[in-house]
Design a protein around this ligand. Structure first.
Ligand SMILES: *[C@@H]1O[C@H](CO)[C@@H](O)[C@H](O)[C@H]1NC(C)=O
Length: 197
């Protein structure tokens, strides 16, 4: 009887350990993302867009900064594709058509600046850290300005396509603002602290 029950008991014990560990990791993950996002301006958007990095980023400021910039790149690409779509379908006329072309250009710059930033975050080094932080601040701020520039120049805010585009651009500018805050947090924390490599 005992010999039969024994492996069963072990299995149950194993399964319950597995599930409790899973819960612990995810509860901890939630704390991690909330803590990381506490330095950002748009916190609920930050938690929403970065929560799936919780377990991998842990409490590392450099990993959170990277996650922030990666998510921003993804969203800039989405909006860039949407702008291209609007252009292709000729949805905007007159002044809005010009504004849309300016947007396409601004978003191309923003994407380039964010890619350069991600490149820096991938090869952080203690010896060039302050220069790297300076570059990141310059480029991410420039990307933010480029995104905000895209909001200007449109007329007829009640026009459906203008409205949708402006909402999406505003959203991506919030996400980029959050990424900048995560990078500034890294700049003040420095490398080699709080589980940073
Ligand atoms: C804003 O960005 C988040 C994160 O990428 C996305 O889930 C959401 O759909 C976006 N909202 C708008 C209005 O574009």
């Amino acid at each position: 009887m005992i010999i039969v029950a024994h492996p069963m008991f072990l299995l149950l014990l194993f399964l319950s350990l597995l599930s409790s560990t899973g819960q612990m990791v995810s509860a901890k993950g939630k704390d991690n993302v909330r803590e990381a996002c506490s330095v950002t301006r748009y916190q609920s958007l930050c938690v929403h867009s970065l929560s799936h990095f919780s377990n991998t980023a842990g409490r590392s400021p450099s990993k959170w900064a990277r996650a922030g910039v990666s998510v921003s790149i993804g969203e800039v690409k989405n909006v860039k594709a949407y702008i291209a779509e609007l252009k292709r379908h000729g949805h905007m006329k007159g002044r809005n058509k010009i504004a849309l072309s300016d947007c396409a250009e601004s978003f191309a710059y923003a994407l380039d600046e964010l890619h350069r930033s991600l490149g820096v975050l991938r090869r952080l080094s203690k010896t060039t850290f302050s220069t790297q932080m300076g570059d990141l601040n310059t480029w991410i701020s420039a990307a933010l300005t480029d995104e905000e520039t895209c909001l200007e120049g449109f007329e007829g805010e009640n026009e459906k396509h203008v409205k949708v585009l402006q909402n999406r651009v505003q959203n991506v500018s919030y996400i980029t603002s959050n990424a900048l805050a995560l990078v500034n947090k890294l700049a003040t924390t420095g490398l080699g602290r709080i589980n940073d490599p």
